[in-house]
Design a protein. Structure first.
Length: 319
């Protein structure tokens, strides 16, 4: 079996060499690593020729349209992380007979920590304060006290549950909304289950932890955002596609809500029009929720998905 990673990045190579390439080589599997760009569609399609599987990191954007279809020998895409639908065209994969796997529930602690970090950054206006000091000024804009406020989590899976635990540690009232078994999730996390509408209308802070799918695309609507309190904060460490981001930018610019912490964008790198106005109270990060030492395991686990596929017992299949 021959595997290729086209969108490799030098910062990951040492980890991939140790945790993926060498173990696969011991199992008789060849793994070729390239540090190229999916943006060059023709070159990427040509590079995939002759391989059985594609190991996709995702930092260079989605797999080019047509790559799976034009390389009929490909049987597997092993995506490094969650949210594979954003990087692999599932319809094309099905048409081409390609299995797509991912790595669920990785770096949950790290993403939850970033959600809290963004919460503090917005509540205490830290990015704004940093700009003020660097400009030689000394303006002190008022922040928010979090203790005693309601912390709402939308999507109480592995990451959302860990975020709730941290919210309780801050002395906040934890509430959650979950698509499945909300009462069971609430009991498990020592929180209260409330409707999506109540979340947005009454929470001091709403933290999003939904996966992106056809069902959740645009799930956080303009109406929900407009119902938020004027002192409310929205945190999104999930996926940009679940939010009406144009509406969010408008509300932030108008000062209708207190602020937002955003770790993901419709395009990555973000297009200029996707970035909120610099004078708004926002904390932005370039999709770094999982970028800690905890996340190193994700490369190994994506490699183990390849071994399971070759053994005829595919694991973590999403398409």
């Amino acid at each position: 079996m021959k595997i290729v990673c086209i969108d490799g990045e030098h910062q990951y190579f040492e980890t991939v060499q140790r945790d993926v390439i060498e173990p696969l080589a011991s199992a008789g599997i060849r793994f070729d690593w390239f540090e190229e760009r999916f943006a060059d569609t023709e070159a990427a399609i040509a590079r995939a020729a002759g391989y059985d599987a594609l190991y996709v990191i995702g930092d260079q954007g989605p797999v080019p349209a047509g790559l799976l279809r034009q390389n009929p020998q490909l049987r597997l895409v092993s995506f490094v992380g969650t949210g594979a639908a954003r990087f692999v065209d599932f319809e094309e994969a099905r048409e081409a007979g390609v299995t797509v796997t991912h790595v669920p529930d990785f770096a949950s602690e790290s993403v939850a920590e970033l959600a809290i970090a963004l919460t503090f950054a917005v509540a205490r206006r830290l990015t704004e304060a940093d700009r003020i000091v660097r400009a030689g000024e000394w303006t002190k804009n008022q922040g928010l006290k979090l203790a005693g406020g309601r912390f709402g989590v939308v999507g109480a899976g592995a990451i959302g549950g860990r975020t709730l635990a941290r919210a309780k540690g801050l002395g906040m009232e934890p509430v959650l909304w979950n698509r499945s078994d909300p009462d069971g999730r609430a009991a498990a996390h020592g929180a209260r289950s409330v409707s999506r509408e109540e979340h947005f209308a009454h929470s001091l802070l709403v933290s999003l932890h939904l996966t992106h799918s056809a069902e959740t695309d645009g799930f956080i609507t303009r109406e929900l955002l407009e119902s938020m309190r004027p002192d409310a904060i929205l945190i999104n460490t999930a996926r940009a596609e679940i939010v009406d981001n144009a509406a969010l930018r408008e509300l932030l610019a108008a000062g209708t809500i207190f602020g937002a912490g955003i770790d993901n964008f419709e395009h990555e790198p973000a297009l200029p029009e996707e970035i909120p106005h610099p004078e708004t109270n926002v904390a932005l990060s370039p999709h770094i929720g999982f970028h800690t030492n905890e996340a190193d395991d994700v490369f190994r686990l994506a490699g183990e998905n390849i071994l399971a596929f070759r053994a005829g017992t595919p694991t973590n299949v999403v398409c």
